[in-house]
Design a protein around this ligand. Structure first.
Ligand code: ADP
Ligand code: ASP
Ligand code: MG
Length: 409
């Protein structure tokens, strides 16, 4: 029998009416002869709400307890969706991440899926039930609940699709698919019919919230076909799959992304000598802090400022670590702020097309937007800019590369 995995995001299950629409969609697919494992996110802004609740109690909630709290959001959704299906006469069963066999490592709030034990799921599916699994959560070796990081339900869905050998993983969200830029910021952003794993991974990592980066990584590893679609329509959406099959290859830049979840850390007046960067960044790496763009500016003879960015959740921890190293190095001090954002262009064709970065810088210059730090790879160019200029930056770059509706690449 044919088997698919469907994932429904927060907006798609936000209220009774939306849940009924989701149940309807699942029921119809089942009638077409499919077995369905459905992964569901917490409703609406529930996860943000739960985070707010924790911070009403303490500035530093223990990560284990944070996971215990956040996992409740998805549990509400699975139970309600099972009820909605039951009311329609469709046999369904809700499962937590643990019951769904999602085993993770120990890293609370950022856990990675290590294995999916599919026995229970297969049993439910073979009994002809719709299996509804709580997204974003799993269980670690010591049987504690873990969560997979923001947007983690996407990864639950892809991991399930891989483990069950589903023919497709459909990600239902609140936009029609993957666009050339966030359609909420660029009204004429164009819907991509296809995108390669490599480009999607880069876009997701650089801020396109529509898929969690880890979900794309898992999909690429296991060859899971992802279809990103709207739960509000029946449009075909975007297929994420291998490059060979991509039809967008002649396009140099596929998309423009932006990321506001950026904090800038500046280590002031660091002695300009060998080993400094090693000391700073190995200390951060040891604590599992991901450093993004890095730059050094020579202020005067013998001293430099080292500037780097981390995600906002890592800001406090990064400053704590770097302050210790800065003192050892004899630096003048450490400063951190959240006044920056990152804007990036992504495209596999960039590597063989010189001048792409220059066009991006030109688009920013025309808007009089100052670039603080640049970082590049074969497939992307990123710039740190002032946070309040980011939307203007995205629109200007999007226009420069003629990515819009009807612009024809
Ligand atoms: P869900 O709750 O369904 O997981 P998310 O909010 O996590 O939904 O992701 C969908 C959102 O991603 C869209 O509402 C859109 O604003 C945002 N987004 C950012 N960049 C893109 C892009 N390039 N294409 C599509 N959506 C994007
Ligand atoms: N509810 C979680 C979040 O808001 C997971 C998800 O939606 O994918 O990040
Ligand atoms: Mg999401």
């Amino acid at each position: 029998m044919r088997l698919i995995v469907q994932k429904y995001g927060g907006t798609s299950v936000a209220n009774a009416e939306r849940l009924a629409a989701v149940a309807e969609r699942i029921a119809r697919k089942r009638q077409e002869g499919f077995r369905i494992a459905a992964v569901v996110s917490a409703r609406g802004d529930m996860t943000d709400e739960l985070i707010r609740l924790a911070h009403e109690i303490t500035d530093r909630p223990p990560r284990r307890e944070m996971d215990m709290l956040l996992a409740t959001g998805e549990q509400i959704s699975v139970a309600l969706l099972a009820m909605a299906l039951d009311r329609m006469g469709v046999p369904a069963i809700s499962l937590t991440g643990a019951q769904g066999g999602i085993r993770t490592d120990q890293i609370h709030t950022k856990a990675r899926i290590r294995a999916v034990e599919t026995e229970r799921l297969r049993r439910e599916l073979e009994a002809d039930k719709v299996a509804i699994v709580a997204g974003f959560q799993g269980i670690n070796e010591v049987e504690d609940i873990t969560t997979l990081g923001r947007g983690g339900s996407d990864t639950t869905a892809v991991a399930l699709a891989a483990a069950l050998g589903a023919e497709v993983c459909e990600i239902f969200t609140d936009v029609d698919g993957v666009y050339t830029a966030d359609p909420r910021i660029v009204p004429d952003a164009r819907l991509l019919s296809r995108i390669s794993y490599a480009e999607m991974l880069e876009m997701a990592s650089l801020g396109a919230a529509v898929l969690q980066p880890r979900a794309v990584e898992v999909a690429a590893q296991h060859g899971v076909r992802i279809e990103v679609r709207s739960s509000f329509s029946h449009n075909p959406g975007t297929v994420v799959e291998d490059e060979e099959e991509s039809v967008e290859q002649d396009i140099v830049v596929v998309g423009v992304t932006h990321d506001q979840n950026v904090a800038r850390v500046i280590v002031l007046d660091v002695p300009d000598q060998p080993g400094v960067a090693y000391k700073l960044f190995s200390a951060l790496a040891e604590e599992g802090i991901n450093v993004d763009v890095i730059a050094q500016t020579n202020k005067s003879v013998g001293v430099t400022d080292v500037i780097f960015s981390v995600s906002r959740d890592d800001r406090a921890a990064a400053v704590e670590i770097v302050e210790v190293v800065a003192q050892e190095l004899g630096a003048a001090g450490v400063r951190a702020d959240e006044s920056v954002a990152k804007v990036s262009i992504v495209g596999a064709g960039m590597v063989s097309n010189p001048g792409v970065a220059a066009r991006m810088f030109g688009a920013l210059a025309r808007e009089e937007i100052n670039i603080q730090v640049i970082s590049t790879s074969e497939i992307k160019v990123s710039c740190l800019i002032e946070a309040d200029q980011v939307e203007r930056a995205v629109r200007s770059i999007h226009e420069e590369f003629r990515l819009g509706e009807g612009a024809g690449g």
